[in-house]
Design a protein around this ligand. Sequence first.
Ligand SMILES: [Fe+2]
Ligand SMILES: [Fe+2]
Length: 147
Amino acid sequence: MEETDTITRLMEKSHQELEELLGKFKSNLLDNFELASEAFEEFKRELEKHLSIEENAIFKFFNPAKDEDYNKVVPDLMKEHDLLLEMLNNVNNDLAVKKDIDISDFEKLLVKHKKFEEEFFYPKMEKDLEDFQRDIVIARIKEGLFS
Ligand SMILES: [Fe+2]
Ligand SMILES: [Fe+2]
């Protein structure tokens, strides 16, 4: 039986794919620089796509409760997206000049960010949306992921 698509499941899958690409980059960095660079390019492309899907297809539908904390959730996530992209660009620049690349800060932020989305943000959103809204978001995610 096929699992039903949910926002959480689709985005978790996308996170996993990103993790695999990053793993491919790391594991090739020391002995196959060309393969590592290729993996990095792909990772960068896919991460940019992922963040753009979140911002354009998902976050717009997040309807914060009157609670002040919820009003800050999307702006905070978007700030982290900007930071992640900035850090990634620095890695990209480092790659052009040296081989000993340290991506531990980037990875730490990435893991923290995706954990929050998977464990809190998406499930909450899924619960709060009306069925028809959830269907729209899911359709938009798929459109973005498979384009
Ligand atoms: Fe995100
Ligand atoms: Fe994400």
